[in-house]
Design a protein around this ligand. Structure first.
Ligand SMILES: [Zn+2]
Length: 344
């Protein structure tokens, strides 16, 4: 299977220098099997460039399956701009969760009402088939698709697609069922130590899948994170936020101390300030990347230096991600989750 991320943002497309690395489009992930079956997970604005690529480089007529997690705007807004829909002979199957009060066709028609868009859904020349899915296993396009409901204020499905002897899970917008994720004495990363059955079920759904594009708080909790900042207030803030997310947090006030703690405790992730007396964050990063043991350690740079020179210096030296101060707690939690998901 080949997986490509065409849109990774939530809520609204965010073009500009700040989103150059991962793109500014909203949710859309393409999966192509070795047999040529094409799956499109969500139809945010990323569906526009994906549609253009399909038009340019795949055999005609195009046959594709769109799997919508839910119909919040950021997951369907690219649908009217998906070029293969405008070509007669193309076959597009649109799957999505059942039970949202309206049929899938009605919901997608809504944003293409004449008031909002010049082409109504019934005028699209491609053959469009709608299929509403519940939880369970479905055979679609020669692949096995397992669907499971997620926790979100809309009927939302997560998908596990199995083909070519591999599996990929697409889960978005999931929120934990319980604020307390782990039992008092947890074995971190072990699903049965999770308090809420809904969260346990969610962790089991992801288990054993090497690639799981995911948004929402989940079993990535319970990691060891080292926060390096000379400002004690920032350390306390970050520590509190990440501890609440179920992580085990240790702190260092400078570069030397951080390097010693990394050697001694082998954390899963480093949250690193750039401007520190004596040894700055970029120097620490340089040392880490030069050592085999820490060359792949995820590093989230957290700094007030938001200019392009420092941002690209950070990425050039191997920062995994970059978050500028001031930041919000949900932003930090999300970035940490993403960095952790890229381990190994
Ligand atoms: Zn949503």
């Amino acid at each position: 299977m080949r997986v490509r991320f065409w849109g990774t943002r939530g809520s609204i497309a965010t073009p500009g220098p700040g989103t150059v690395r991962f793109g500014g489009n909203t949710a859309c992930v393409g999966v192509t099997t070795s047999g040529g079956a094409c799956f499109i997970f969500d139809c945010g604005t990323g569906a526009r460039p994906f549609g253009a690529e399909l038009m340019a480089h795949t055999p005609k007529p195009i046959s594709a399956t769109i799997l919508l997690s839910h119909t919040h705007w950021d997951h369907i807004q690219g649908f009217p701009f998906f070029a293969p829909l405008f070509v007669p002979g193309n076959q597009i199957t649109v799957c999505g969760p059942e039970g949202s009060g309206h049929s899938l066709r009605e919901v997608l028609s809504g944003q293409m009402d004449f008031t909002y868009f010049p082409v109504e859904i019934g005028q699209l020349p491609a053959t469009i088939t709608f299929r509403e899915l519940g939880e369970g296993t479905h055979e679609i396009g020669g692949a096995r698709i397992v669907a499971q409901y997620l926790h979100h204020p809309a009927m939302t499905l997560g998908y596990r697609i199995e083909a070519d002897g591999a599996a990929v899970v697409y889960l978005c917008d999931h929120e934990p069922f319980s604020e307390t994720l782990w039992h008092g004495n947890p074995a971190p990363s072990h699903a049965e130590s999770i308090v809420h059955e809904g969260d346990r079920r969610h962790a089991r759904f992801m288990a054993g899948t090497p690639l799981a594009p995911h948004s929402g708080r989940d079993a990535l909790c319970g990691s060891h994170i080292l926060v390096v900042d000379d400002d004690p207030d920032i350390r306390t803030l970050v520590n509190k936020a990440l501890s609440q997310d179920g992580h085990i947090v240790i702190e260092a006030s400078g570069g030397q101390e951080a390097l010693a703690l990394i050697d001694a405790q082998a954390p899963d992730l480093l949250v690193l300030d750039l401007l520190m007396p004596k040894q700055g964050g970029l120097e620490v990063l340089k040392v880490l990347r030069s050592r085999p043991a820490t060359a792949a350690l995820p590093v989230l740079v957290l700094t007030a230096l938001d200019d392009e020179v420092n941002t690209s210096a950070g990425f050039d030296l191997g920062a995994t991600d970059y978050l500028t101060k001031p930041f919000s707690i949900p932003q930090l939690a999300a970035r940490v989750r993403v960095c952790l998901s890229r381990r190994g």
